[in-house]
Design a protein around this ligand. Structure first.
Ligand SMILES: [Zn+2]
Length: 224
């Protein structure tokens, strides 16, 4: 990972300037987790994925840009109350505040994705209950969202499994099994079904799912 140099950014919501981390140059070496968590070095750069204005609390990948709905929501009492948490970490709060703005702006998929980032932060802090509850919160953003792609459904399936929500995971697996899937997606689905039956909520990579190596599944579980 390349260290991020702070830049001075003008907030698109309140107009104040603040030093903010810039996106470091990073790459991905290896396979992503089944919930799309990237491998290193990208994995270790979460601190720089979002910027947070210390004045008004606006959160975005680039504080210099804001949708009209962001500008409106950041000023509300509700958003200002949400800034104070409680959260498991400052990093978690940033992802969750962005998820609230995404959801209020009508982008539920992005709210889902940002809430999963907060779950990854809880994973890194070994806060298992918090991580489970954040995954359930992420899944809730997609409730009643009918036009989901197969990719998104596959990611949601992993989120249900990692949240130990076996009933939702099983339902999603059955739903996906009824669809026309490419061979890679079918292999990942078969892997997920085995893990669901084993009530296994551990993290696995796409490579583990595709290798079909059960030994690797167990070895990885022991390591985590
Ligand atoms: Zn601001």
């Amino acid at each position: 990972m390349t260290a991020a140099e702070p830049g001075n950014v003008r907030c698109a919501c309140c107009g104040e300037h603040s030093p903010q981390p810039l996106q470091p140059a990073s790459n991905e070496f290896g396979a992503r987790d089944l919930d799309h968590r990237p491998p290193e070095t990208m994995r270790s750069t979460m601190e720089s994925w979002l910027q947070e204005c210390p004045h008004c609390g606006y959160v975005a990948a680039d504080l210099g840009q804001a949708e009209p709905s962001d500008r409106k929501q950041v000023k509300t009492d509700r958003y200002q109350m949400l800034r104070h948490g409680p959260y498991v970490s400052r990093l978690s709060s940033r992802f969750l505040l962005r998820a609230v703005l995404d959801s209020l702006g009508g982008d539920r998929e992005r709210a889902f994705a940002n809430t999963i980032c907060a779950a990854w932060d809880a994973d890194d802090r070994d806060l298992k209950d918090a991580a489970r509850s954040l995954r359930k919160r992420a899944a809730n953003y997609l409730k009643g969202h009918d036009e989901d792609s197969v990719d998104l459904k596959l990611r949601l399936l992993d989120i249900h499994r990692r949240a130990s929500d076996w009933k939702s995971a099983d339902l999603m697996a059955r739903h996906l099994a009824e669809q026309k899937l490419d061979p890679q997606t079918s292999a990942i689905l078969a892997f997920q079904v085995r893990r669901i039956h084993a009530k296994d909520d551990a993290a696995y990579t796409v490579a583990h799912a595709l290798s079909g190596d059960l030994g690797a599944e167990h070895r990885l579980r022991i390591l985590r």
